[in-house]
Design a protein around this ligand. Structure first.
Ligand code: ZN
Length: 262
């Protein structure tokens, strides 16, 4: 029985932690509400900056903001102007397995979505179907200060071919990377490594991952729960708990009186 329990627990454990992180320190934003800003620099994406901002809002509402056990809330920020390097430069200076972020593209705070048309390093012909590259590129200790999402803006990008719902799920997936999550091997996850036909909500693995990085804290104190079907029945229980104390007091009184009158 003991062995069986161990096996069951290990199955639960491996299932609960099949999500991965996209950095080695488990970094997360310290703030609870993280705005996502849109760089006004897309030329081939097929959607306006205002529409992208609207999609970001939906990515928060439909996906990440639905997790009651997570403190993280994603909001639509602003349309912003950025340096032309965000469109032309590579996101990573080295890209052999892990990414060394290009410090010229460091995002000072929050999440920035930029278009990028670099066909040399970011989106070469061999990877022209890559939708976006995302990296939290401003991390101090275990805190993410800023993260960059670079959307493929090649003239033949495949982002423009997606439905609006699919675009929202792609942005939600990239936001997942921006806040610290890696890929999940679980097929029904938003953070699954490849696009699936329909994904309109988070999977359990996404919920586990975001709750791990952004646990909702409960105020310090005793956790209480009230059984509304038994309200008013607490008094007898209190009496039972106080019985030993009352008995001792009665015995003391008896002793006192017996001493006085003897
Ligand atoms: Zn991904």
């Amino acid at each position: 029985m003991k062995v069986l329990l161990t096996i069951v627990l290990s199955l639960i454990t491996s299932n609960a932690f099949s999500f991965s992180l996209n950095n080695t320190v488990g970094a997360a934003f310290s703030k609870n509400t993280v705005p996502v800003n849109i760089a006004d620099n897309c030329t081939n994406l097929g959607v306006s900056s205002a529409e992208l901002l609207s999609m970001v809002s939906d990515a928060g509402t439909m996906y990440w903001n639905t997790v009651s056990t997570s403190r993280l809330r994603i909001t639509a920020g602003s349309v912003v102007s950025v340096d032309s390097k965000f469109y032309t430069d590579k996101v990573c200076t080295t890209n052999s397995g892990s990414c060394e972020p290009n410090t010229d593209l460091t995002v000072a705070s929050d999440i920035l979505i930029t278009c990028n048309g670099d066909t040399t390093d970011n989106f070469p012909n061999a990877q022209k179907t890559v939708l976006a590259i995302t990296i939290p590129n401003n991390i101090s200790d275990r805190t993410i200060n800023g993260a960059l999402i670079a959307i493929n803006d090649r003239s033949d990008n495949i982002f423009q071919d997606q439905s609006r719902a699919k675009m929202v799920s792609v942005l939600a997936h990239e936001i997942g990377h921006a806040v610290g999550l890696g890929h999940s091997p679980v097929g029904d996850s938003l953070m699954y490594y490849t696009l699936v036909p329909v994904r309109d909500r988070l999977g359990w693995d996404d919920i586990d991952g975001i709750t791990y990085l952004y646990p909702r804290e409960q105020p310090f104190g005793c956790g209480t729960i009230e059984d509304i079907n038994n309200s008013g029945k607490g008094a007898p229980l209190l009496f039972v708990l106080l019985m030993p104390f009352l008995l001792i007091q009665l015995l003391k009184l008896r002793d006192r009186f017996s001493h006085s009158f003897s």
